[in-house]
Design a protein. Sequence first.
Length: 288
Amino acid sequence: MSGSATADNDRPRRAAAEERDELRRTAAAGGRGGAPEAGAEDPVRVWRALAGSHVLLDGFHALKHALRFDARVPVALAGDKAAVLALAEDLAPDVTAALDALLAETDDATLRALVPRLHPTAVAALAVRPSRAANLRTLAHAPRSAPIVVLDDPRNLGNAGAVIRLAAGFGATGVVTTGTLDPWHPTVVRGGAGLHFATAVEHLDVPELPAGPLFALDAEGADIRGLKIPDDAVLAFGSERSGLSAALRARADHLVSLPMRPQVSSYNLATSVGMTLFHWSSGRPPGA
């Protein structure tokens, strides 16, 4: 293994250690955000102090992905730490050491009291939400090497999470939502399997959308198979109920449609995003 690869694998462990040191320093100074002075010694107390301001990572895979993409995780709890570490050795050995250093074991009853719906892996953690300013810089940076996905007034939390997971997998620059849905809602984060930390996820109004040619998906648009989607594209998808808003449609540079059998009314939102991102990626050289 190369030296750079070793450094990458060590990064989550270093981050976890640095976060624990910070918590100890904060506790010694009187606590963060009113946390009790003994919080650094009691992970459940740390959890209760931070729960209102941090991102809930629900389950093993959410925590695994968050660590892989450098999330700051001040506290993580497990009902059976040994079982979680065995799972990590099997599925994610690159984060096993970080999990060993980070996880605190507690009983399932305590976990169920702390999280709305305990994940089957009996793992839960809290992470620091990425800086909005940093995400906005990422979204505004030019030139871009991958599109931005826009969900125009989405309504389904699970669908939004699935889209973020897809976008991260394709290496999209980011995912933006308009409307009322919070893209960092716990149910969205659960659906995204912790991959909010792998791409820039933010809420913006339509006039604030990043620059770039805007391709809006619409049943009456041009067939996507005849188009090349550029790397700096902004790809917009309407809501599950009402499609594109008038404001976004007016801003679109291109209306694009996906191939669909007659009398089939629509695709699931995440499916539409996946098909569009695959079309974009298929026009790029392998490994690009």
